[in-house]
Design a protein around this ligand. Structure first.
Ligand code: 4AZ
Length: 240
């Protein structure tokens, strides 16, 4: 398909109005499944969630390269169709094959995107890929989704999907925060004062702008620290 043909890596985000209770770091619980039909969790065969991803085709998941690099495809189970990972229902599939972006080595060197082909397709709406670089304009607000940590040092995991709205940061600001920033394969999203961010185990999850996959959670220094925005894979560079 068109996606497979062009491709080589992935990410995600989304936008939303604020709610009451903080989670991701500084986000809220997602309570409407219809908002995120394409959201998936990457788990071990025993059900431990370690990354997020997004369905970009019925049997195709976009995630971070670092989520799958060095792992046997058959050891990764993709879980779709649920917000609360403790519940039954939804769909699961083992990964048949993964394609890691060319040139990937570590997240801070860029190209942190991979496409997973599932053994069994999932009957959910897919997330369209960002079509223009306009989504990366500084100040655009995206929404990031994940089952990751609720704070940098909190190792207890929430089984509930969280989201946070976070603005795209200007390239110069990101480059000032991170010497390794590469504007071709990355972008930053965050607030100068910190407080709201993706964190560990949110990796691979989508950053969505205007209903399209614009970024994939990749790296950063800690979580929600001042002047240390989250770094996301610039999906448009890899998938079009
Ligand atoms: C991680 O280690 C990680 N604050 C993910 C996202 C961020 C930092 C670290 C961004 O998976």
């Amino acid at each position: 398909m068109r996606l497979l043909a062009v491709v080589l890596a992935l990410i995600v985000i989304t936008v939303t109005p604020a709610h009451a209770e903080p989670r991701v770091v500084g986000g809220v619980v997602v309570d409407n499944p219809a908002e995120v039909p394409w959201m998936v969790a990457l788990t071990t065969s025993s059900g431990y969630q370690f990354c997020g991803g997004a369905l970009v085709g019925p049997d195709l998941v976009a995630t971070a390269a670092h989520c799958v690099y060095g792992r046997a495809p058959s050891s990764i189970t993709v879980v779709g169709g649920k917000l609360d990972l403790r519940t039954d229902g939804g769909s699961t599939s083992v990964v048949k094959q993964h394609q890691v972006a060319e040139g990937y080595s570590t997240p801070s060197r860029g190209n942190d995107i991979a496409l997973l082909t599932l053994v069994e397709g999932m009957p959910y709406e897919t997330l369209p890929i960002a079509e223009t670089t306009a989504v990366y304009a500084a100040g655009n607000v995206g929404v990031v989704y994940g089952w990751g940590r609720l704070s940098e040092h909190d190792t207890t995991k929430s089984p509930l999907l969280h989201k946070a709205s976070i603005p795209v940061m200007a390239d110069e600001q990101c480059a000032a925060a991170y010497a390794r920033y590469d504007a071709k394969s990355m972008f930053c999203a965050g607030y100068p004062e910190g407080g709201i961010d993706a964190c560990i185990d949110d990796s691979g999850g989508p950053y969505v702008v205007g209903g399209r996959l614009a970024g994939i959670v990749s790296w950063g220094i800690g979580c929600a620290r001042p002047n240390a925005p989250g770094v996301y894979t610039r999906v448009k560079t890899f998938l079009t």
